[in-house]
Design a binder for this molecule. Structure first.
Ligand code: HAM
Length: 429
């Protein structure tokens, strides 16, 4: 049979890489918990119309990138993003009745049939968060500040925070008219797609990467100039609060984001350009004050973001060589096998990640195996040690060796590892 390969743009993450994934995820969970977010898990499959309604009919995602299928008379789609599902769940479970402000976070796979390249895949993971019920710019500013803290914690260099406002329903028609007036005379120089979008949603033209559109956008009106009074105040307050929190940021008038649901604040954070190249947008987010009501819920404002996990894994500081275990039990000869397995069990009960050799080898070979697995301490159990009720404890880093009583060996090892201050495998989330 022809070898079966993974679907194009969908990746295996092997254990060597998983260590870095877990580190990046664990730091996100920690940061989210510090800010009062709780985890939510929504289905990977949703009714197609959920995304058509929220992400928007004229967007690249809905037009070209969704994995949609029909199953028993239902039109279904593998979720291309997490916000719509979170808002659907929020409405479906009447969460607003129970809490005035809801802060949710999620980690999980998303699916978009894009052209795969470095940092862009067809199944990719997002770390995201959504806040329902808080309309103020303080919420926007704190969320952006939280992301910057998180990126610093995992060691992402060269952060760049871009913000813009896309206004609310009061701003949009005015800006749309201004764009129409600007683009209509140059209709012929736009890409075919943008000519089509001119009537539907001229904002999308600003987001186009087609060189013809990029040239035509030169000198286009900016949204910020057209903001309605309340939208303008929201944006100014956001910027003032970001300054107060010490978050350097830049207003990017061309930032529009590729999803239709946004209102007022939108933002992106880039980083680690040297490692990521053009795909250096780590996170995108913004306010979507109309979505909950649009989905049949009450009028509840919302804001959120999502970060691409694969990009963060590349962007974050690489971890040190990974230890698979902290302790290694080395039985010398068959007679000590049972005692070795029992000792390994005692160590694990004390939270020490332990490997016991069950294949047998010379002491030299066993020490090599322990080293390969990153063990710091090796417990050697030969016939002589068994007879005297002791264990030989060897510190692989310090090259020291000593005898300890068999009875207290597990406690001694656990204490020693704890005292060394190193993060131990058994303690990792
Ligand atoms: P988005 O900008 O479409 O926003 O995606 C957010 C992040 O997901 C991107 O900045 C990127 O890091 C990552 N990403 C997107 N597509 C891919 C891909 N094909 N391969 C790898 N990574 C990718 C959203 O999804 C919104 N739901 C964000 C949001 C939440 N807005 C409000 N709440």
């Amino acid at each position: 049979m022809e070898p079966v390969r993974a679907v194009k743009g969908m990746n295996d993450v092997l254990p060597d890489e998983c260590a870095q994934w877990q580190r990046v995820e664990a730091a996100f969970r920690r940061t989210a918990a510090l800010y009062g977010f709780r985890e939510v898990r929504t289905p990977y499959v949703e009714p197609t119309r959920l995304f058509v309604r929220t992400v928007g009919e004229g967007t690249d995602i809905v037009e070209k990138e969704m994995y949609s299928f029909r199953h028993h008379d239902e039109d279904l789609t593998l979720r291309p993003e997490g916000t719509a599902g979170a808002a659907r769940a929020y409405v479906e479970h009447g969460v607003h009745n129970r809490e005035p402000v809801t802060r949710w976070y999620y980690i999980g796979p998303m699916f978009r049939a894009e052209r795969p390249q470095r940092g862009r895949y067809r199944q990719f993971y997002q770390l995201g968060a959504e806040i329902f019920g808080d309309p103020g710019p303080g919420c926007d500013a704190e969320t952006i500040a939280m992301l910057v803290e998180y990126f610093r914690a995992i060691g992402v260099p060269d952060l760049e925070v871009l913000v813009n406002s896309i206004g609310s329903a009061d701003t949009r028609p005015r800006f749309r008219d201004a764009l129409l007036q600007f683009f209509e005379p140059k209709r012929g120089s736009l890409s075919e797609e943008s000519q089509r979008r001119l009537a539907q949603n001229p904002l999308r033209i600003l987001d186009s990467k087609d060189p013809r559109d990029v040239a035509a956008c030169e000198g286009a009106p900016t949204i910020v100039e057209h903001l309605a009074e309340a939208d303008k105040k929201h944006f100014e307050d956001l910027r003032r609060l970001l300054d107060a929190l010490g978050v350097p940021h830049r207003v990017e008038p061309k930032l529009v984001r590729g999803l239709d649901y946004y209102t007022r604040t939108i933002f992106e954070i880039k980083g680690a350009k040297a490692k990521l190249g053009a795909g250096d947008t780590l996170v995108g987010g913004g306010r979507y004050d109309a979505m909950v009501e649009d989905l049949g819920g009450p009028s509840v404002p919302a804001l959120g973001f999502a970060a691409g996990l694969e990009r963060l894994v590349i962007a974050a500081e690489p971890p040190g060589a990974e230890a698979v275990v902290d302790a290694f039990v080395a039985p010398i000869g068959e007679a000590s096998m049972a005692a070795a397995l029992e000792l390994a069990r005692e160590l694990r009960v004390r939270g020490v990640a332990t490997s016991a050799d069950t294949r047998g080898a010379s002491l030299k070979a066993l020490l090599r195996r322990a080293n390969t697995q990153g063990a710091r301490l090796v417990l050697i159990l030969g016939e002589a040690e068994m007879a005297r009720g002791v264990v030989m404890l060897r510190d692989l880093a310090g090259h020291a060796q000593e005898e300890v009583p068999r009875e207290g060996a597990a406690a001694i090892v656990a204490d020693r590892l704890a005292a060394s201050g190193a993060i131990r495998r058994g303690e990792q989330p």
